[in-house]
Design a protein around this ligand. Structure first.
Ligand SMILES: [Ca+2]
Length: 443
């Protein structure tokens, strides 16, 4: 019997040592937030001191891309490490297009990988990858879920939340503050075990709503009502990030926690025009304004503050976190992304993928719509097609940009560089064929 106790204590000891060596991960994802919403880039009009501090103390990725210009496909890639098409999540609106927005249960998620490796996992906020039997976040790798599936928010003051599979109505407390409260609580409850927390805020996605006095303060700066409301929403989220960082400090968890901040796509064009570093396009477009996002990685005392200008992409998140946390998974399958962990460390050797691609539209994929490929500084863009246009293939000619010289994509240089243009066109067509082949294999 004594012998068995000895073995038990030895194994418990190993488990404690193992836990200490593996960092916690908090991935904060904003919704439709753009670079210009941060006061680091737009100090005259916006107020995000805590996110700015993450930039000033952490690793800022200057050429970071989401996997899509819209919510669901971006999130599918983030959680699987694969391009959205190969997961079957290719469109938005879970009610109109359930078959193109539900993450097939055969796919293992980031949550599954962390669970497999002994982490406690939580998702707070927006899910948006399917609903119904087998599609709930708690069936997809998260021990805990406190949030919404994707379409349950009337306003930020009146909404329903799914609290571990039980619906609860809220009338009064501001959504973003409630999500912050749950996140702080999650950290407190799990401070003694390794954890993964995905905090997927809705901010500043529609319905635009914030306390009137805060909106008025932005209107007083000369902003229109919608833009003022968006900046007020972002300020409240930023305050919550400050509370979360304070909690990590109070519990002595900062040295053992990786904190990441990102947005899923660019700014919504409908509620107002807001500053986004003069990038072309907004949410829905695969121009820079639709897919280039803020992306910050922080790990106190582990990484030096720096700016990284290598291209990174949402499909890289799964392999990167697996490397950083030393996770193994048989079931995650072949990934489209690669780990950029070496870029976070000093003198790391990083091997970038050859090229990156994007495409989305409403319903069945039409690869002549909203598709793009980036290789080195070149970017080929198949122009924006929206629902107002015919449902057939687009006849709009692709455009070529040199992002290093023209980050705002103002000058189409296809006639000056016909060989580059043709090469990228063929590469993009080839990628599209491969993606469609993978997608159709799911059915
Ligand atoms: Ca979004």
């Amino acid at each position: 019997m004594k012998k068995h106790f000895g073995l038990l204590f030895f194994l418990l000891g190993l488990n404690v040592l193992w836990s200490q060596n593996r960092p916690n991960v908090i991935f904060i994802l904003a919704d439709d937030l753009c670079l210009g919403d941060l006061s680091h880039f737009n100090p005259e009009y916006t107020n995000t001191p805590h996110i700015d501090q993450l930039i000033e103390r952490g690793v800022w990725f200057d050429q970071a891309y989401s996997a899509s210009a819209v919510c669901a496909p971006a999130r599918a890639a983030l959680l699987t490490g694969k391009y959205p098409h190969s997961t079957g999540v290719v469109s938005l609106n879970m009610e109109d297009y359930p078959q193109y927005t539900h993450l097939d249960p055969r796919f293992h998620t980031l949550g599954d990988v962390f669970q497999e490796n002994g982490y406690y996992t939580g998702l707070i906020g927006k899910w948006h990858l399917g609903f119904g039997n087998g599609y709930h976040p708690m069936d997809r790798g998260f021990h805990e879920f406190k949030g919404f599936l994707g379409f349950d928010i009337d306003t930020y003051f009146k909404y329903q939340l799914d609290i571990n599979r039980k619906y609860q109505s809220f009338d009064g407390p501001y959504l973003t503050e409630v999500l912050t409260k749950y996140a702080v609580q999650f950290i407190e409850e799990n401070q003694n075990q390794p954890f993964l927390l995905k905090l997927a805020h809705y901010t500043p996605h529609r319905p635009l709503s914030a306390p009137q006095d805060l909106i008025d303060a932005y209107v007083a700066k000369g902003l229109d009502q919608n833009t003022a409301t968006i900046y007020a929403m972002v300020e409240i989220m930023d305050r919550g990030i400050g509370q979360l960082m304070d909690k990590l400090e109070e519990l002595n968890l900062l040295e053992n926690t990786i904190v990441i901040f990102a947005s899923d796509n660019g700014p919504d064009p409908i509620p107002g025009q807001r500053f986004n570093l003069n990038l072309t396009g907004e949410k829905y477009a695969v121009n820079e304004g639709g897919i280039r996002i803020p992306f910050i990685f922080n790990w106190k005392d582990q990484w030096q503050q720096k700016k990284v200008s290598e291209v990174v992409h949402f499909v890289d998140v799964v392999p990167t976190l697996m490397e950083l946390c030393q996770l193994k998974s048989e079931r995650i399958g072949t990934l489209d992304g690669v780990s950029f962990a070496p870029l976070l460390q000093e003198n790391g050797v990083y091997s970038a993928p050859n090229y990156r691609c994007w495409q989305w539209n409403r319903g069945v994929p039409m690869y002549s719509h909203n598709a793009a490929l980036r290789i080195d500084n070149w970017k080929l863009v198949r122009p924006f097609v929206t629902r107002g246009l015919p449902r057939g293939e687009s006849e709009l000619e692709p455009k070529l940009y040199d992002i290093s010289q023209d980050p705002s994509e103002e000058h189409d240089v296809s006639s000056e560089h016909p060989r580059v243009y043709n090469r990228l066109k063929v590469m993009l067509e080839d990628w599209c064929r491969k993606m469609e082949h993978k997608r159709l294999k799911l059915y």
